[in-house]
Design a protein around this ligand. Structure first.
Ligand SMILES: [Zn+2]
Length: 196
């Protein structure tokens, strides 16, 4: 039986690298895979999953309006799929996570989703929330805070290097950068600060 896997982490824990490595392993054995990534992420070339260490693969972009089950169903009918990969899975809607469940349970195709657990305020992303709830297997990809503890939170830094403590969950086209930190350091920089 196929399963739904959710690989979650803070930033820069190698999610895309892990996805690309797994997809490569499937393809190396002559298997057919499909890779999706969120259209919201414009850091790299459109329609590609790119890892910081230089690996990349073409991907189908999805938006909140797309029915991933229908897309996979149609693709699977033309050429059987052995695995479906989802990058930036935190941006999935609740309905789309359900569509992933349908892909696994009705089409018997494994789905491997990779995403951030929480946003820059420590709130769960919708996609990650439902993947946490419904996936068969949860795996944490680890990275470290500057203090050496495991980093489970993401801090958004403005151009002056100050932690951002309010704003939209998704910021497009800004110059802010993100840093992974442990809960203690995240708390000091974000939760313990007066809201601005
Ligand atoms: Zn720390």
């Amino acid at each position: 039986m196929a399963q739904l896997y959710f690989y979650y982490s803070a930033m820069n824990a190698g999610k895309s690298t892990s996805l690309l490595q797994s997809a490569y392993n499937y393809r190396e054995r002559g298997m057919h895979v499909s890779i999706f990534t969120a259209a919201i992420d414009d850091r790299y070339e459109v329609g590609k999953v790119t890892s910081r260490i230089g690996l990349q693969a073409e991907a189908t972009l999805y938006t909140n309006d797309d029915n991933l089950f229908k897309q996979v169903f149609n693709s699977h009918r033309q050429k059987p799929l052995d695995c479906v990969f989802i990058d930036e899975a935190q941006f999935l809607t609740k309905a789309q996570v359900k569509q992933l469940v349908e892909i696994v349970d009705e089409l018997d195709i494994p789905v491997l989703a990779y995403g951030l657990r929480t946003d820059f305020l420590g709130e769960a992303f919708v996609g990650s929330h439902y993947l946490m709830a419904w996936a068969d297997k949860l795996t944490e990809l680890k990275t470290v805070c500057h203090c050496g503890r495991k980093a489970t939170f993401v801090v958004r830094m403005d151009e002056q290097g100050q932690a951002v403590t309010a704003g939209d969950q998704v910021e497009i086209g800004g110059n802010d950068r993100y840093e992974s930190m442990c809960r203690k350091h995240f708390k000091q920089l974000v939760w313990d600060q007066p809201r601005t």
